[in-house]
Design a protein around this ligand. Structure first.
Ligand code: FAD
Length: 322
């Protein structure tokens, strides 16, 4: 008999986040034959994202929309999903390992008295034998876990599982009312975006990242140009952020964001362990560094020893020719 799986989907700027389609694919694997998948989407205006979500085969998409849900808020979002959790009675709940998914997952696990496995990068097997692989020690090792009892709560790292393929069968969209629970103990007063680029670094397929070797804020311009050309996002090492070359919202690493793009281009980054913690799982790593002994070359698939200010413009020009 299959499992009932609840996907807690997410949207950004009224667009469904890619990680939610990856969660849906994971749900399909975990539900098994005869399983049942329901997705829930919470936010201020969710209609557009709900339609995107409903294009993917599942039993139902549940929408909970209200002005007070426009920004993520732990109390409100939990209050919005809890009735759906209680109604669906899931064997498995899947969320993205995102800022809000990380916050919400333990609340749901606690409510269900469930076990939780976080930051999953691979799911193997089916039925009771299914195992979950996750990085530990800042990506230096992996552990494989399995649940001994249900329900299961799982968060998946963006960009690691293959997203769900679109199907023709549109799932029904069901709207659920929402009222703020009382008392509400915290309130989002203002959300101020630090970076002008709205592209989500953690979901980008290509990341062009700069380190101290970029030398200045202006030095990031050729990297930004390359990133734009490749439809990618700009990232940075902590040293580059500390030096004021770019905003901390771009920082990748142990104390920054974790990214797993298809291609990571490290420019003027030495490859300190704290930086590797945020990018070593990238599918293809290209390093440009003028020091041939830089540790980044130990994990790079392709390495270019040379001055990034000569190499990047040449690379950009070559790509423009195509
Ligand atoms: P450097 O180590 O100074 O390397 C600069 C590189 O640029 C050198 O290899 C040099 O050869 C090369 N270079 C210079 N000029 C050029 C040129 N013209 N062309 C090509 N190459 C050139 N770091 C992070 O990145 N993310 C984190 O989240 C993070 N968290 C940390 C947490 C803790 C608790 C601590 C202690 C440190 C953390 N760090 C983090 C800092 C980390 O230890 C390194 O100091 C940092 O990653 C170094 O950044 P970098 O590679 O840009 O600079």
């Amino acid at each position: 008999m299959g499992k009932t799986v609840l996907v807690i989907a997410e949207q950004k700027d009224q667009k469904l986040r890619q990680v939610s389609l990856e969660a849906l694919a994971a749900a399909r694997q975990l539900a098994g034959d005869g399983g049942n998948i329901v997705s829930v989407l919470v936010g201020g205006h969710v209609d557009a994202a709900a339609e995107q979500l409903a294009d993917h085969d599942q039993s139902q998409v549940v929408c909970v929309a209200a002005d007070t849900l426009a920004s993520y808020d732990a109390e409100r979002y939990f209050a919005a999903v809890q009735p759906v959790v209680d109604e669906v009675k899931p064997d498995v709940v899947i969320l993205g390992h995102t800022a809000s998914g990380r916050d919400l997952a333990p609340k749901i696990a606690c409510h269900l008295d469930a076990g939780q496995v976080s930051d999953v990068v691979a799911i193997e097997g089916t039925g009771a034998e299914v195992t979950f692989k996750r990085p530990i020690y800042a990506g230096k090792a992996f552990e494989t876990k399995r649940f001994l009892a249900g329900p299961w709560v799982v968060t998946i790292r963006p960009n690691n599982l293959q997203a769900d393929a679109k199907t023709g069968a549109a799932a029904p969209i069901v709207k659920r009312p929402y009222a703020d629970p009382a008392p509400i103990r915290t309130q989002v007063v203002n959300v101020q975006s630090k970076s002008g680029d709205t592209r989500d670094l953690t979901e980008a397929k290509v990341v062009v990242s700069g380190g101290r070797g970029v030398r200045s804020a202006e030095g990031f311009a050729p990297l930004a140009e390359l990133a734009e050309l490749l439809d990618g996002a700009l990232g940075a090492s902590r040293a580059a952020c500390d030096a004021g070359y770019c905003d901390y919202s771009l920082q990748i690493g142990q104390t920054g964001k974790v990214v797993t793009p298809d291609v990571y281009i490290a420019c003027g980054i030495s490859g300190a362990i704290q930086h590797l913690a945020g990018m070593s799982q990238s599918k293809l790593i290209i390093a440009i560094n003028k020091d041939g002994e830089a540790p980044i070359f130990d994990i790079a698939d392709y390495g270019v020893v040379g001055d990034l200010f000569e190499i990047i413009p040449k690379l950009t020009a070559k790509l423009r020719e195509k």
